[in-house]
Ligand binder design. Structure first.
Ligand SMILES: CC(C)=CCC/C(C)=C/CC/C(C)=C/CC/C(C)=C/[C@@H]1[C@@H](COP(=O)(O)OP(=O)(O)O)[C@]1(C)CC/C=C(\C)CC/C=C(\C)CCC=C(C)C
Length: 395
């Protein structure tokens, strides 16, 4: 039954599971348990329940979880669901499962029941929530992905696995902004991020029908945040046994395709749900499998901002770069914006020692950027960069 649940509701995970060696059934059990938990809060069956009733359901899950992880007892919870039983069996066939990630996920679900569920003041709050509902999945599944290996680089594997979970959650946040706002009055974009672009507020997003330029820039910043986590996770995929490397790389690649589709939809995630078609997934799979075997870096030429500099000038640099990138994506009517932001970048460059603006419009640019140590010059039909300084857009 857990396999059918995964097949029906998680096409990407099910596809990736076909690459698994051992542990496939146990990963289905994990999926079934996580999905059942998620449905208690946001599923159709929960829609008729009060917040208190949903909270009581989570209490029941937590109680049954305690029994599942009570290694000294063989007792099975009398009110166990099929997902509980599947998890009970999985934790007895694969060693190394820990209770904490499951409990942390329940905490994340409880946050979705709180009065401030749909509001996040800072990105740090978003990141913490993303760890609870998605980073924890990595910690749950790592015992399966590392069957038969030693614990070497375990800490790094966990850290980078959590980064992948957060990247996937950030992807879902970017994909579902319209749906979350309309159906649940939730905005999982930090208010501090929205404010950077024209002083936008959470209420502006809740009432927005068509993406504004400022909104598109705020979404680009969320895409950048997600790409940062994908890049962190990529260093961890190589720490997995080969068959698990394929699984992780495919999950990451299939979700990242969704993320980049939001850009192709010109950031209209209010009215369009970005997705990867079955054909796209099947076409992408060999590339992802081969890439994970030969270890090619799937830095797919996307703009990658430096988030390490959290100074005011570092933040201004990221805002200007997002505005330039969206302006470029907006076609010809973006030139004035590019020129204005290029002036800002020129100013900031004095304040951001050693941080060269990175702007990718094409793979050709990325190759130039990655290869050049002294940032010679780059020029295409829209923009010219000389010595790392972005000059006025070409008219
Ligand atoms: C291969 C296989 C069967 C994997 C199953 C993975 C699993 C147990 C997923 C549980 C997903 C789930 C329902 C969690 C509840 C909360 C939630 C909804 C989380 C979001 C997932 C999306 O799930 P959903 O089915 O709703 O999908 P769509 O909305 O339709 O897109 C999340 C985005 C979290 C997903 C997180 C992971 C799969 C963790 C990834 C980490 C690894 C695979 C570890 C990799 C290790 C290294 C070292 C890089």
């Amino acid at each position: 039954m857990a396999e059918e649940t995964t097949r029906e509701y998680a096409k990407s995970f099910f596809l990736a599971s076909k690459l698994m060696g051992r542990g496939r059934e146990e990963s289905y059990a994990l999926y079934a348990w996580c999905r059942e938990l998620d449905q208690l809060v946001d599923g159709e069956a929960a829609s008729g329940l009060t917040t208190d009733e949903r909270a009581r359901s989570l209490d029941g899950v937590a109680e049954r979880l305690r029994m599942i992880f009570d290694w000294d007892s063989q007792a099975v919870p009398t009110d166990a669901t099929y997902a509980d039983l599947a998890l009970y069996d999985a934790t007895r066939t694969v060693q190394g499962f820990e209770r904490e990630p499951f409990e942390d996920m329940i905490r994340g679900m409880r946050r979705d029941l709180e009065p401030n569920a749909g509001a996040f003041r800072t990105f740090s709050e978003v990141e913490s929530y993303a760890y609870q509902v998605a980073g924890t999945v990595a910690l749950m599944i790592l015992p399966i992905l590392t069957i038969g290996t030693n614990n070497a680089n375990d800490f790094e594997r966990r850290e980078r696995g959590v980064a992948l979970g957060i990247a996937l959650q950030m992807t879902n946040i970017v994909r579902d902004v319209g749906e979350d706002a309309r159906d649940r009055e939730r905005v999982y974009i930090a208010e501090e991020d929205l404010k950077l672009f024209g002083g936008m507020t959470r209420d502006d997003v809740l009432s927005m029908q068509t993406p504004t330029f400022d909104y598109k820039c705020a979404i680009e910043l969320q895409i950048q945040r997600a790409l940062m986590y994908y890049a962190q996770a990529r260093e961890g995929v190589v720490l997995l046994p080969l068959s698990s490397r394929l699984v992780a790389a495919c999950i990451a690649g299939l979700y990242k395709r969704i993320l980049l589709t939001v850009r192709e939809n010109r950031y209209d995630n209010l009215n369009m749900r970005a997705y990867a078609s079955k054909l796209q997934k099947l076409a992408l799979l060999p590339v992802l499998v081969w890439g994970s075997i030969v270890g090619t870096n799937d830095e797919d030429g996307d703009m990658r901002l430096d988030f390490s500099d959290d100074s005011e000038s570092g933040q201004a640099y990221r805002v200007a770069m997002c505005r330039i990138f969206v302006a470029i994506a907006s076609g010809d009517d973006g030139d004035e914006e590019i020129a204005r932001c290029a002036d800002i970048l020129r100013e900031i460059k004095r304040g951001v020692p050693g941080k060269q603006p990175m702007l990718s419009r094409s793979r050709r640019f990325v190759e130039w950027y990655k290869s050049s140590t002294d940032f010679g010059t780059y020029e295409d039909e829209r923009i010219k960069i000389d010595g790392g300084t972005i000059f006025h857009a070409r008219r």
